[in-house]
Write a protein that binds this ligand. Structure first.
Ligand code: TMP
Length: 249
């Protein structure tokens, strides 16, 4: 059956769901960085992110976080709640890495005085510019109550994810969240949580186990993602777990 794609992002496609309150989230193998100036296709990445995000969203739900995730449908798709997405990317930083280093003159790996929550406007054409709370309220991207709820929920999620990754010997350096409004008006966690939108470093060596392997041409991306999945206790298909799936086009 032909399905209607409602939205195509850089790594996912959103299709109409089986009913008015649901959507289908499809994980592509496409990898992009630096606002899609760098692009490739990494076989197996979508499948790994689907499984890892399912696992993490499930763990968060068990801990009392409401998310859009309903259930995984197949290797590449999950059923999610239809939300009105808040057009703000919420970036959480526990350790300095990535774009904050050149922006503020910090050294990668430096501790931050405390957890930093930053906001970017979700707008690829503008390059997802960094914004402040005042922009969010002034332009009405979220109400003051929604903003407070997003920040409080973000700190709770950060604590839960830090603890989860610590159990598999991984430091959670930073990550990005998105939120959306459900039909009852509540604001809940959306999007995905995977090594595509987290920085994950091996405890001890600080080896990168996330999309920085692609951003920085380090190679071994699917091996790193598969290792994260394995440590989380996720069963992987044979061709992925043997690491034979990765190739670039
Ligand atoms: P940054 O250092 O490039 O600003 O990224 C911070 C974190 O947010 C990092 O874990 C990657 C994630 N992120 C996304 O998931 N999507 C994005 O578009 C950007 C810019 C960052």
């Amino acid at each position: 059956m032909e399905r209607t794609a409602l939205y195509e992002g850089k790594a996912k496609i959103i299709y109409e769901g089986p009913d008015a309150d649901t959507l289908v989230q499809y994980f592509k193998d496409d990898a992009t960085a630096f606002n899609a100036q760098k692009k490739d296709v990494i076989s197996g990445k979508g499948l790994l992110n689907n499984l890892i995000s399912e696992h993490i969203m499930g763990a968060l739900a068990k801990a009392g976080i409401t998310t859009h995730f309903i259930r995984r449908l197949n290797a590449r798709e999950q059923l999610i709640r239809r939300l009105d997405i808040v057009p703000v990317e919420v970036v959480v930083r526990n350790v300095a890495a990535g774009s904050i280093c050149p922006r503020l003159g910090l050294t990668e790996g430096a501790d931050l005085p405390s957890t930093l929550v930053e906001f970017c406007l979700k707008d690829d054409a503008l390059g997802d510019p960094i914004i402040a709370k005042e922009h969010i309220l002034t332009f009405g991207w979220a109400s003051a109550a929604e903003f407070d709820r997003i920040v409080a929920e973000t700190h709770r999620i950060n604590k839960l994810l830090q603890d989860l990754f610590a159990t598999i010997d991984i430091r959670l350096i930073d990550f990005k969240l998105e939120f959306g409004r459900a039909s009852d008006g509540s604001v809940i966690l959306a999007d995905e949580i995977s090594p595509d939108n987290c920085r994950l470093w091996q405890v001890g060596s600080d080896e990168k186990m996330d999309k920085d392997r692609f951003r920085r041409d380090l190679g071994g991306l699917t091996e790193a993602y598969a290792e994260i999945a394995r440590r989380l206790g996720i069963d992987l298909p044979e061709d992925i777990s043997s690491g034979s799936a990765e190739h670039t086009t």
